[in-house]
Design a protein around this ligand. Structure first.
Ligand SMILES: Nc1ncnc2c1ncn2[C@@H]1O[C@H](COP(=O)(O)OP(=O)(O)OP(=O)(O)O)[C@@H](O)[C@H]1O
Ligand SMILES: [Mg+2]
Length: 151
């Protein structure tokens, strides 16, 4: 299923992330794609807030993946936030072991996720960001029934 949301400001992108978190289940891998500055990290900030992450979420560009402890009653204990923009090969993505990490009551959300797509199965959630100058268009694609609730 697909759903589209247009965000007129960074605050709206963050709110879209907050609402998106309601769809997440432990074990989910989320691939975020879109050009530089499209709002991916902003969206993750919203997801983190909704999942009860206390620390500040910044771009994990140089560490590639950063685990954030969550505080919620959803069974999601860790949010693994990755940015694979600087990853040189798909083998590096396999080495991160994100697919296994999420099996333990966690979710992974990956910026530039389209570059990592081959490391995961078909069962991923995708959010595509388009920079529309003044705002951003977000398209969510996931194989689940409640996607429309987010739009
Ligand atoms: N809907 C929006 N309308 C206008 N500006 C936005 C919107 N959403 C986010 N921004 C702004 O766009 C800028 C880039 O956002 P952000 O860092 O989240 O992008 P990114 O996709 O993570 O970039 P990168 O590819 O470098 O990781 C920030 O200044 C942010 O506040
Ligand atoms: Mg970013």
């Amino acid at each position: 299923m697909r759903a589209v949301r247009v965000c007129a400001s960074a605050a709206e992108t963050e709110a879209a992330g907050e609402d998106f978190a309601a769809l997440l289940r432990p074990g989910d891998v989320v691939l975020l794609s879109g050009p530089l500055g499209a709002g991916k990290t902003t969206f993750v900030k919203g997801v983190a807030r909704a999942l009860g992450v206390a620390e500040r979420v910044t771009s994990p560009t140089f560490t590639i993946v950063r685990p954030h402890q969550c505080h919620n009653d959803r069974g999601i204990e860790v949010l693994h936030h990755a940015d694979v923009y600087r990853v040189a090969s798909i083998d590096e993505v396999y080495d991160l072991g994100l697919g296994e990490l999420v099996e333990e009551s966690a979710v992974a959300i990956i910026e530039w996720g389209e570059l990592a797509s081959a490391a995961f199965g078909e069962d991923v959630v995708r959010v595509r960001f388009t920079d529309e100058g003044e705002g951003r268009r977000l398209e969510l694609e996931a194989d689940r029934d409640d996607v429309a609730r987010w739009a």
